[in-house]
Ligand binder design. Structure first.
Ligand code: GLN
Length: 474
């Protein structure tokens, strides 16, 4: 029954309703792939066969009782391991939380469970979501299912690999500077970073709270829309969540004015990626889309701003991992030695680097020069986008400057790794929504294009992306 892997969520839902197949059939076909390949791909950190089977049987009973079933019924999902699921381990890819059991469900988990999804397991990730390759997980490296010598991207690399390897139909990831879009791009998938506030962050282990958003990774745009619809909306447990209900766009797709920011093509982009991006833009133009070259002049500051603001927030958020309140706890002769020993053994090198950077940028004497200046530059970047969205409705830009790289290639070079976020971080800084979808191929590897929209314009993004999906090579 391997054809489940090609089916959309809607098609599976209809098939279940017509009893063409059962939820158990679906579960078994995904389980087969997990059991065959997860040891090598290492996408899932946890997987409980019996639990999945028993949930599928429950769904089948429900189908037998009722005519209508919610849209995600029996749809297997994988969840990034920084999202809390009551009673289960939530490690955030860190030794620090090796034995941490979540005391409650994140809001997104409650929502997808209510919509019927079968959560197949927790997905590997860079420790505390810091990284672009999933090599910074304390539990091992995830491989890219398209070419297993390559990284799947990060930090939601386990989530992306789960979908690409047919371990789950969709996955949830989190995106602080690109961590949904970049792995989606590396694994040939669709990944949405929603508008800041569109999805509740309650139950997401915080990395940088003013940038973090949860979103879906899927095989097609329609599935991303369905999952986004299921998880978005106001939540009283997250005061930054917005009162917003998703509605499909009824605009004529060809009326969208599309902007191409020149700064995204200036430097740092690989030739073969640029070529595919340009081809995709030409294809859109040939279809009759109105394409306009625009400028986002402060683009070059997006990455430096991101690498000041995010570590600053990280250093504050991760102060709670003191070895007393959560997870790993080491002995010491006094309190400060206990802190020191727990952090020394519990946290990996990249996390320590970010905490050090952030403590520095927030420290007295340097705060004005770094943190405050970065916040001022953040306003300029936001303003760039606001002005651009006066002229255009959507912006197209590459997701990643490179194709997926080799495992080990950048692991020891933090700066090279940070450069992976050059085209994605600006969107988080501005709090905007953006989707990444495949727009061309180099060999069997995929190139991802971002469709960036204005605040809460996910509906426009989906509308255009559904069209582009048909004209661009997967
Ligand atoms: N790669 C970026 C970083 O390491 C983005 C991480 C993310 O979006 N969670 O910070």
């Amino acid at each position: 029954m391997s054809d489940f892997f090609q089916k959309t969520i809607k098609e599976i839902n209809q098939g279940l309703k017509k009893r063409s197949f059962s939820a158990l059939d679906i579960a078994e076909s995904f389980i087969k792939e997990i059991e065959k390949n997860n040891d090598f791909i290492f996408s899932l950190l946890s997987f409980n066969r019996e639990e999945v089977i028993s949930q599928a049987k429950e769904i089948d009973k429900e189908i037998a009782r009722k005519k209508d079933i919610p849209i995600l019924s029996g749809i297997p999902s994988a969840i990034k391991d920084n999202i809390l699921m009551k009673g289960g381990k939530t490690t955030a890819g860190s030794k620090m939380l090796e034995n941490y059991i979540a005391p409650y469900d994140a809001t997104v988990i409650k929502k997808i469970k209510k919509a019927g999804s079968i959560i197949i397991g927790k997905a590997n990730m860079d420790e505390f979501a810091m990284g672009s390759s999933t090599e910074h997980s304390a539990y091992g490296v995830t491989r890219n299912p398209l070419n297993t010598d390559l990284v799947p991207g990060g930090s939601s690399g386990g989530s992306a690999a789960a979908v690409a390897a047919n371990f789950s139909c969709f996955a949830l990831g989190s995106d602080t500077g690109g961590s949904i879009r970049q792995p989606a791009s590396f694994c040939g998938l669709v990944g949405l970073k929603p508008t800041y506030g569109a999805v509740s962050r309650y139950g997401l282990i915080a990395m940088a709270s003013s940038l973090d958003q949860i979103g879906p990774l899927t095989k097609n745009v329609e599935d991303a829309k369905i999952v986004f619809k299921a998880i978005s909306g106001k939540d009283k447990m997250d005061s930054t969540s917005a009162d917003y209900t998703f509605k499909d766009s009824d605009k004529d797709v060809k009326n969208f004015r599309i902007g191409i920011p020149e700064e995204y093509f200036k430097k740092g982009i690989d030739k073969n990626v640029e070529e595919k991006i340009e081809e995709a833009i030409v294809a859109a133009e040939k279809e009759g889309f109105k394409i306009k070259r625009i400028s986002l002049p402060y683009t070059e500051y997006a990455l430096p701003v991101y690498y000041i603001i995010s570590p600053s927030e990280i250093s504050a958020n991760l102060a709670r991992y003191d070895g007393l309140r959560y997870g790993l706890s080491k002995e010491g002769k006094d309190l400060s030695e206990r802190y020191f020993n727990s952090r020394k053994d519990g946290l990996g090198v990249e996390v320590k680097r970010r905490i050090s950077l952030g403590s520095y940028t927030l420290s007295a004497g340097y705060y004005d020069a770094y943190y405050k200046k970065a916040q001022q530059a953040r306003s300029l970047i936001i303003n760039d986008f606001k002005e651009a969205f006066q002229e255009v409705d959507l912006i197209l830009a590459p997701t990643s400057p490179t194709l997926p790289f080799k495992i080990g290639e950048k692991a020891k070079d933090p700066l090279a790794m940070y450069l992976s976020d050059i085209f994605t971080a600006g969107v988080n800084i501005a709090g905007l929504p953006a989707i990444s979808l495949p727009c061309g191929k180099v060999g069997n590897l995929s190139v991802g294009m971002q469709v960036i929209g204005s605040y809460f314009k996910e509906s426009d993004i989906f509308k255009a992306a559904e069209y582009f999906e048909k004209i661009w090579k997967k």
